[in-house]
Structure formats: structure tokens, C-alpha cells
Design a protein around this ligand. Structure first.
Ligand SMILES: Cc1cc2nc3c(=O)[nH]c(=O)nc-3n(C[C@H](O)[C@H](O)[C@H](O)COP(=O)(O)O)c2cc1C
Length: 200
């Protein structure tokens, strides 16, 4: 079913933290960043080291017209630590693509890079929406199933994965849903609440 197209500027005043982790679907995250921006949201982007091997921070910086964060140790102009301030100011954290690795880290509370630390710091600050993307065997692995169940129990929101052709040439569940579907899921969650309007 085609995702409902958000009205123009429907997300004006909202701020999202788009976290990009290292899977082949990173190229679709660029489209998502563009769509969120076109819908009027301010989009902060945080990337893992692995994600930066698939797409460059410059891609997201150009699409969102904002700084992109890729390290816990990046210096902050306003002296606020990104690992906590990014979720304090965000109305929603979106992890797309979400690797098996980041799902495991969030489920276990591991905080060893910017994205996993921000996810832990999202607790009590903003909701998390994840769009998993991985090989079918990884998605169906017992560890991933348990991690997904833990995250759902903690009210982490999921969109996808879909079934279809995967980059590894196989067909099955694990394919990240299209950017329009993630945008629709994010829009639905965002419009349930008023924007924090936490400034730039
Ligand atoms: C070409 C390539 C494609 C990959 N695609 C995926 C993927 O789609 N999903 C996934 O969970 N891991 C994938 N991986 C493995 C992750 O990149 C690896 O687990 C990495 O440690 C994830 O780090 P991150 O979660 O910090 O981004 C892929 C690795 C390579 C080399």
C-alpha cells in the first residue's frame, strides 16, 4: 500500500534526529532526510562509523542544510554534548537503516558511539522509531528476535522490515521499507504531540 503523502510543511516546527547506521539501505536514508526536510522538519543527522563508509556526512549536510554528527568526540560550537543534547531537542529519533548491531546495542543499553549513546539518552527525552534493514538470516536470528521483542516491550516503534529482494541477492524479510513509508510513520508519531520548539 502506498504511504500517505504528508501535506506540505506539515512538520514545520518539529525537530527530528535521524540516526543512520551501517547497512546497504543507507542510500534510502538520504531520501528520507530530504523528505523530512521538505515536510518542514529540522533534521539533525547522526551517523555511525559504518554508515560513513556507505554514504558521506556531506550528502546529509547538503540535503538537510544542517551540521551532521558522526562522533561522540566532535567538538560542539555551543559546548553542549551531542550525545545528550541531540535527543533533548528532538521530537523524535528515527534510526534508518537500523542494523542488527544497533538493535542489539539499544536492547542491551550499550553506549559506545554517538548513535547508541543518543539512543540510551533518548529515554525520557523523545520516542524512537526504527526501520530495520538486514539480511533475512540476520533478521530471523534468535538474538535479533529477542532484541526486537525487548525493544517493542519498551515502546520503541518499528516500521518494517518489508519482504523482498535484498542486496545480497536473496528474497525474504529484512528489506528496509521505502523512505515514504518511514516518513508517514514518523509524521504520525510527531503529529500526536506538540513540537518542543527547542530552537536551532
Ligand atoms: C557491504 C555491507 C553491507 C552490510 N549491510 C548490512 C545491513 O544491511 N544490515 C546490517 O544489519 N548489517 C549490515 N552490514 C554489517 C554492518 O555494517 C556491521 O554489523 C557494522 O558493525 C554495523 O555498525 P553500526 O551498527 O554501528 O552502523 C553490512 C556490512 C557490509 C560490509
Amino acid at each position: 500500500m502506498a504511504a500517505k503523502k504528508p501535506r506540505k510543511e506539515e512538520l514545520a516546527g518539529y525537530r527530528t534526529l535521524l540516526c543512520v547506521t551501517g547497512g546497504i539501505a543507507c542510500y534510502k536514508a538520504a531520501d528520507l532526510a530530504s523528505k523530512l526536510t521538505q515536510a518542514g522538519a529540522a533534521v539533525d543527522v547522526a551517523m555511525t562509523e559504518a554508515a560513513c563508509r556507505f554514504v558521506t556526512p556531506l550528502t546529509f549536510q547538503s540535503l538537510t542544510r544542517r551540521a551532521v554528527f558522526s562522533s561522540l568526540w566532535q567538538s560542539a560550537e555551543n559546548y553542549r554534548s551531542h550525545h545528550t543534547s541531540l535527543t533533548e531537542s528532538a521530537d523524535l529519533m528515527v534510526v534508518a537503516p537500523a542494523t542488527a548491531d544497533i538493535l542489539a546495542k539499544i536492547a542491551c543499553g550499550i553506549a559506545d558511539d554517538l548513535v547508541s549513546t543518543a539512543a540510551l539518552a533518548a529515554s525520557g527525552a523523545c520516542d524512537i522509531l526504527v526501520a530495520p534493514s538486514m539480511n533475512t538470516r540476520m533478521w530471523l536470528a534468535a538474538a535479533t528476535k529477542e532484541n526486537v521483542a525487548t525493544l517493542k516491550k519498551r515502546k520503541v516503534h518499528f516500521v518494517g522490515p518489508a519482504e523482498g529482494r535484498l542486496a545480497c541477492g536473496t528474497t525474504g524479510p529484512g528489506r528496509m521499507v521505502e523512505a515514504a513509508e518511514i516518513l508517514a510513520a514518523a509524521t504520525k508519531l510527531l503529529l500526536k504531540r506538540s513540537p518542543k520548539k527547542s530552537g536551532d
